[in-house]
Design a protein around this ligand. Structure first.
Ligand SMILES: [Zn+2]
Length: 167
C-alpha cells in the first residue's frame, strides 16, 4: 500500500513538472502585427522561455497583453522602443506597443535580439547587461553567446515574476 502511494505521488510530481515546461503556442491574432518575422521571433521567444523553465501559459498571456508590435522607419538611431501608457479600462491597467526599426528587417539575428530586448521591458526588466544592455555596441558579443544570454534573460523574467513595465 505504501509503495503504491509513493508511486502515485511520484507520478503526480512528474505530471506537474511536465506541465510546467509544456510549450503553449502563442496565438497572435489579438496583437496588431505588421510583419511575419515578428511572429517567428515571438514563437522562438516562447520556445526559449519554455526551454528555461518558465510557465509557457503565463508567457503567452503576457505577450498577448501587448496591443501591437510594429515596424517603424522613424526610430532614427534606435533599434527598438517599447511604449506603454496607463489605461484604467485595460484589465492589466496598462497598454503597450513595441516598435522595431525597419532597418533591422534585413538582419534576422539583430531583429531577434531587439525584439527579445523590448519584450524584456514588457516583462518589467530595466536596462542592465546582456540582452538588456542599453548600448548596442556589444550586440555581436551578446549574439556570440546567444544561448547563455537568453538563459539569463529568461531567469530574470522568472525572478521578476512576469511583471509589467513600472507605471
Ligand atoms: Zn531598452
Amino acid at each position: 500500500m505504501r509503495n503504491i502511494l509513493l508511486l502515485l505521488l511520484l507520478s503526480l510530481t512528474m505530471i506537474t513538472k511536465a506541465q510546467d515546461s509544456t510549450y503553449v503556442k502563442l496565438d497572435t491574432s489579438s496583437i496588431n502585427i505588421d510583419n511575419a518575422l515578428t511572429v517567428i521571433v515571438l514563437d522562438n521567444f516562447v520556445r526559449d522561455a519554455c526551454k528555461y523553465g518558465l510557465d509557457s501559459n503565463r508567457v503567452v498571456n503576457h505577450i498577448t497583453d501587448l496591443d501591437a508590435i510594429y515596424i517603424s522607419d522613424s526610430l532614427s538611431d534606435k533599434l527598438g522602443v517599447t511604449i506603454y501608457v496607463t489605461d484604467s479600462l485595460s484589465p492589466i491597467e496598462i497598454r503597450g506597443i513595441i516598435f522595431i526599426n525597419s532597418d533591422l528587417l534585413t538582419d534576422y539575428s539583430i531583429y531577434q535580439i531587439t525584439l527579445y530586448h523590448e519584450l524584456g521591458h514588457w516583462f518589467g526588466l530595466d536596462h542592465k547587461n546582456g540582452i538588456m544592455s542599453k548600448n548596442s555596441k556589444n550586440i555581436y558579443k551578446i549574439l556570440n553567446k546567444w544561448d547563455k544570454n537568453v538563459e539569463r534573460l529568461m531567469k530574470k523574467i522568472k525572478k521578476l515574476n512576469y511583471s509589467y513595465p513600472i507605471h
